[in-house]
Design a protein around this ligand. Structure first.
Ligand code: AGP
Length: 605
């Protein structure tokens, strides 16, 4: 999604801004731009394409400005183009503005401005803001912003430069993240922490409705009415190197390899002295009240939720359903304290997941959040939160966050069962020791990556693939096909193995390789029949199976998963699929970290 950076200090602003924009590239974008106050004017350059292309133009201008803003755009209103890129200027070039989010009532606002004679250059919703600043023009920019923002419906994070006050940047947010990095004689603005982490670990995290004035010598934060706010400094506990590639060719590969340690870190933090301790304040009575669990997430997080459906039902005996955020937020679900809603979100900023969270909260349900980003909106708005501790996930395709979310769901299940005494102590301990064994088995799979690479080498040129599985192998199949689509642009579909013959089998031919997941020994024979069905249609099959599952005759290739009890196979089963997508995308020459059209954190509806 779009990214914002800003700088006020003693360094040359253009360099800091370009550097910050590069750090935000992982979020996904199609154009970039900067605006810098220099020699009494606002210099503005913006272009469709990569930050590298913008850099050459900006460097040639040799700007001597020390205050500026920058933006990477992910198109929503208006195609990617130079003119639709940010910053946007008002007619007199007094204001330059960058915006993330969507102004839902922009059409009406634009009509009103057109009627007053304002001329628009772009097709974006954001440009209305630049003209509204001019149209309103109160005594101070703070007052102007208070008035303008009160008229806006939708979501925004904005940063504004004013030629008349070139030492200052104003920022504001509503439902779109923005942080202010606090330096010594310099201050930074960014959509997320990694963009400014090389300069400072001290941050202000803006809350919805807040406005801030950022200058080299200080930052003042105001509420939506313009009253000053006492803001707590948030200290980041990880450093910039964790957000680097650390010797790997791409972030995705590094993040796949970080999984064993990420899982270990979570187990160490939440499982001490053979007891799972989660940072929750629920009383036993409150937990005993829970009669229904709903897991909500988007994309990969929703597939982790679907794996969790099986895990939680098995461990707790409580019925579980899974919903995607974009649908759940508009459902008129009847909720009360007997409902537990678990919101899964790596970023903690996904607009649909946050809206679902707020809706469920308002309807009286109990809530638990699972997020990878400390300080994210999800973690700040919920009282009961598990942090997945996987470290920054930069690649658009989620890997380590997925396996950490599944681990979090095991922990929640065991925590609920133990707190309500619905599990025997011996079963509880047996499950904990199973979890402790998983990181090493993931390492074992990673050591055998060459086997998966050679499967990818054989199959990367096909344009359609199927993934099939039963029970929790099915959401793993969904995640496998999701990964392949995202980064290799191969058309891939996942099916419950028994469902294929009800329609999609018509598409299975020798040109559609089928990845058959069979990690669950208890239903291995059922899966074997489904494999025979695709074999009879001449499909080339890749069998990913547990040791306890017999080989399937006729499969072209197979990958053997380390032995594991059925309920604990999902984390193991997904790792070869992550590597398969990774190598397939590499063989096809794709940019694995920044796939086309996609954004890391989807902060619009
Ligand atoms: C994962 O590979 C995707 N890029 C995407 O589906 C992602 O999982 C989804 O947008 C949800 O993000 P979140 O976990 O940050 O809420």
């Amino acid at each position: 999604m779009c990214g914002i950076v800003g700088y006020a200090g003693h360094r040359r602003a253009d360099g800091v801004l370009l550097q910050g924009l590069k750090k935000l590239e992982y979020r996904g974008y199609d154009s970039a731009g900067i605006a810098v106050c220099s020699a009494g004017e606002i210099f503005c350059e913006k272009k469709k394409g990569r930050v590298g292309e913008l850099q050459a133009i900006v460097e040639a201008a040799a700007l001597d400005g020390h205050v500026g803003i920058g933006h990477t755009r992910w198109a929503t209103h208006g195609a990617p183009s130079d003119v639709n890129s940010h910053p946007h200027l008002n007619g007199s070039r007094r204001f330059a503005l960058v915006h993330n989010g969507i102004i839902e009532n922009y059409a009406a606002l634009k009509d009103a401005l057109l009627a007053k004679g304002y001329r628009f250059r772009s097709e974006t919703d954001s440009e209305v803001l630049a003209h509204m600043l001019e149209a309103c023009d109160c005594e101070s920019l703070l007052e102007t912003l208070v008035q303008v923002l009160a008229k806006i419906q939708g979501s925004y994070a904005i940063a504004v430069l004013d030629r008349e006050h070139p030492e200052e940047i104003f920022v504001a947010r509503k439902s779109s993240p923005l942080v202010i990095g606090l330096g010594d004689g310099e201050n930074f603005i960014a959509s997320d922490i990694p963009a400014v982490l090389e300069y400072t670990k001290n941050m202000y995290i803006l809350e919805d409705g807040e406005i801030a004035s950022v200058q080299a010598q200080g930052v003042t934060v105001y509420d939506a009415k313009g009253q000053t706010v006492d803001k707590k400094v948030y200290q980041v506990h990880w450093d910039a190197t964790q957000a680097d590639k650390g010797g790997f060719a791409d972030y995705m590969r590094k993040e796949i390899y970080e999984q064993p340690n990420a899982l270990r870190k979570m187990l160490d933090a939440y499982c001490k002295d053979d007891k799972i301790t989660l940072p929750f304040q629920f009383t036993r009575k409150a937990l005993q009240e829970i009669k229904q669990i709903t897991i909500v997430g988007c994309g990969t997080a929703s597939y982790a939720g679907r794996v969790g459906e099986y895990i939680l039902e098995e461990i707790t005996g409580i019925p579980v359903k899974v919903e995607v955020g974009s649908e759940y937020r508009y459902k008129r679900s009847i909720l009360d304290a007997s409902n537990l809603i678990i919101i899964l979100s790596q970023s903690g900023e996904t607009a649909d997941s946050l809206a679902s969270m707020r809706e469920a909260k308002a309807r009286g349900a109990k809530l638990i959040g699972v997020t990878n980003v400390i300080g994210s909106t999800l973690s700040r708005e919920l009282e009961h939160v598990i942090h997945t501790m996987a470290g920054p996930e930069i690649a658009v395709a989620s890997t380590k966050a997925f396996t950490s979310q599944i681990l979090a769901l095991y922990l929640i299940g065991l925590f609920l069962a133990e707190s309500t005494k619905t599990i025997s102590e011996s079963q509880y301990q047996a499950y904990i020791s199973k979890l402790r064994g998983i990181p090493e088995k993931v390492e074992e799979i990673l050591r055998r990556e060459r086997e998966i690479q050679s499967i990818a080498e054989e199959f990367y040129a096909y344009e359609d693939m199927f993934f099939i599985g039963r029970l929790w192998d099915y959401p793993i199949a969904l995640e496998g096909s999701h990964k392949l689509k995202e980064i290799s642009y191969i058309h891939a579909e996942a099916y419950e193995a028994g469902e294929l013959k009800h329609g999609a089998l018509a598409l299975v031919t020798s040109e559609t390789p089928v990845i058959c997941l069979s990690s669950i020994a208890a239903i291995a024979d059922k899966m074997a029949s489904n494999i025979m069905e695709v074999k009879a249609r001449n499909a080339q099959m890749i069998h990913v199976r547990s040791e306890a599952v017999p080989p399937a005759p006729g499969c072209k290739r197979e990958f053997l998963l380390p032995q594991e009890e059925d309920l604990f196979t999902p984390i193991l089963a997904v790792v070869p699929l992550q590597l398969f997508s990774y190598f397939t995308a590499k063989y096809r020459g794709c940019d694995v970290d920044k796939p086309r059209n996609l954004a890391k954190s989807v902060t619009v509806e």
